[in-house]
Design a binder for this molecule. Structure first.
Ligand SMILES: [Zn+2]
Length: 524
């Protein structure tokens, strides 16, 4: 500790000697050598491409309970260790262990065509079996009684449970080329069809969650769904509900083909072969990296980003980019600011996608840290440059956040819109786990880059969607803010703003309450 303190004093002294006056936009501004070094390190020696290649191309998606998630945890610890930053995997729970294998889907009749599709997460494996069978569509029946009478028809067939989309073109494409009349008509028809399909499922007496179990009990060969994400060639890939038979998602184009052939009585046959492995209950971890503070080691500046993902793509932008931003910021800080005043901690949370479970477990398990948090910066909405920062309902957040931001290079700072005091977020990503305990935690919100449609939870969330220039900008931003927060002579205020009256109920809005983490997931 003493040695560290002396080293720190020496560095601070050198830094002071380097302080110089520069003029930027006509204003005299104190230049900060640490910030300059952050910028220089990222511009000259960025590791982001290499990290992205290793994590997304090498390891792949990081669904909770998969061997890839654990590999990623171990990879991150090894990376940090290589940078001289102590890191550990903290067990917070157990999850159903599952490993994705191959998915092969082919149309056999009326002609041969390989079908674009994949099994959903947690889909039961078929072993070495390949099943070739006809398809059947959930029919529009008057009620659940009629459905029960129809149910034996599914025996030995693949059951199509999603509606036929009227168009595979995204709305922006219609907007550009269609007449207003035909665009309006398409939207009206689609809305009516969507409602009718929801009604069709409802009349079976089941939900989209319970229906697959009923179908497999009645002898169906598999569940065929299509969860179009409203962009060209893009589907959202979530989890299967079937327990014995496979559930696959088929891309809109091929799903439409099979649906129309089935509906017109052509009796198409497809063959499906999927493999997956059940691994029982496996431990789940948060990866925690820490650069110990030299003056206030029990106060924490936290870099936060969930590490897990869905597994249709490789989780590159949800939340690979947030993960790499925080890792890169830590690497830079260790190099240019190795003896921080406060402890700098990076939290790479597990199982955010199933309900912020890793970060909720962390705040439950570490009250001593939560009490002494200077600030948390979380990033979790894609590859874009940070564009928005809101005060999460902390009354004095404008004071410290704008003070820290003032030191961030102006080309990055100037495009960030701030909102104060803002409202406390009750969910959405891991900052909410901290906000619920009254700890100042903020979301670094990114430019959109068609996140919601094209990459978020989709089969297209892959390396090629990353915008590395924006990531470099975010790494510099995070490292700069963390440095400023760590050095700040004062501790951040946790005072909450008075929340507005809810206009519907007439009651005052309450601060979001902590939600308990799920410590044992996906297991019966
Ligand atoms: Zn996310």
């Amino acid at each position: 500790m003493n040695n560290q303190y002396n080293l720190r004093s020496a560095i601070t002294g050198a830094a002071l000697a380097l302080l110089s006056l520069t003029t930027s936009k006509g204003f005299a501004q104190l230049k900060d050598p640490v910030i300059d070094n952050i910028v220089k390190e990222e511009n000259d020696n960025s590791q982001l491409e290499r990290l992205a290649h290793e994590l997304f191309d090498g390891i792949g998606p990081r669904l909770v309970g998969t061997p890839q998630m654990e590999q990623a945890n171990n990879w991150a610890v090894a990376k940090y260790t290589g940078w001289g930053i102590p890191a550990r995997n903290e067990k917070w729970g157990e999850w159903r262990g599952w490993e994705r294998g191959i998915s092969h889907i082919d149309m056999i009749t009326p002609r041969v065509k390989t079908i674009e599709g994949t099994q959903l997460a947690w889909s039961p494996g078929m072993g070495k079996n390949t099943v070739t069978a006809e398809l059947i569509i959930i029919p529009d029946l008057p009620d659940s009684l009629a459905f029960q009478q129809w149910l034996p028809n599914v025996k030995g067939k693949f059951v199509m449970v999603s509606m036929l989309q009227p168009t595979g073109r995204p709305d922006y494409n219609w907007q550009e080329f269609a007449t207003k009349e035909s665009f309006d008509k398409m939207k009206k028809d689609r809305a009516a069809q969507t409602e009718a399909w929801a009604n069709r499922i409802k009349k079976t007496g089941y939900t989209s969650r319970t229906l697959p179990l009923v179908l497999e009990k009645a002898g169906a060969a598999g569940i065929i769904s299509s969860n179009w994400s409203a962009g060209f060639g893009v589907d959202k890939i979530f989890g299967a509900y079937s327990k014995i038979i496979p559930t696959v998602d088929i891309a809109l184009e091929d799903y439409g083909l099979l649906y129309r052939l089935t509906e017109s009585g052509d009796k198409p046959r497809i063959s499906i072969h999927t493999e997956s492995k059940e691994r029982g209950a496996v431990p789940t971890f948060n990866t925690i990296a820490e650069i110990k503070g030299s003056e206030k080691p029990d106060e924490y500046v936290i870099l936060s980003a969930h590490f897990d993902s869905w597994d249709g793509g490789t989780g590159a932008t949800d939340n690979g980019t947030g993960t790499l931003t925080m890792m890169e910021a830590m690497r830079i800080l260790k190099k240019v600011y190795p003896n921080p005043k406060r402890t700098i901690l990076a939290g790479h949370w597990g199982s955010e996608e199933e309900g912020l479970n890793g970060s909720r477990a962390f705040v439950e398990d570490h009250p001593e840290i939560v009490k002494k948090i200077q600030v948390v910066f979380n990033q979790d909405n894609g590859t874009g440059r940070v564009a928005n920062l809101a005060g999460q309902g902390f009354l004095h957040s404008y004071e410290y956040l704008t003070r820290w931001l003032s030191k961030v290079p102006s080309n990055i700072r100037d495009s960030i819109k701030t909102t104060f005091p803002g409202a406390p977020g009750g969910g959405g990503s891991d900052f909410a786990s901290f906000v619920a305990y009254g700890a100042p935690a903020f979301s670094l919100s990114s430019l959109n880059w068609s996140y919601g449609t094209y990459t978020w939870h989709t089969n297209r969330d892959t390396y090629d969607k990353i915008v590395f220039d924006d990531l470099r900008s975010n790494a510099i931003l995070v490292a700069s803010l963390v440095y400023m927060a760590s050095e700040d002579p004062s501790t951040t205020s946790r005072e909450r703003s008075v929340l507005p009256i809810n206009l519907k109920t007439g009651e005052p809005t309450l601060w979001p309450a902590p939600v308990k983490s799920i410590r044992r997931g996906g297991l019966d």
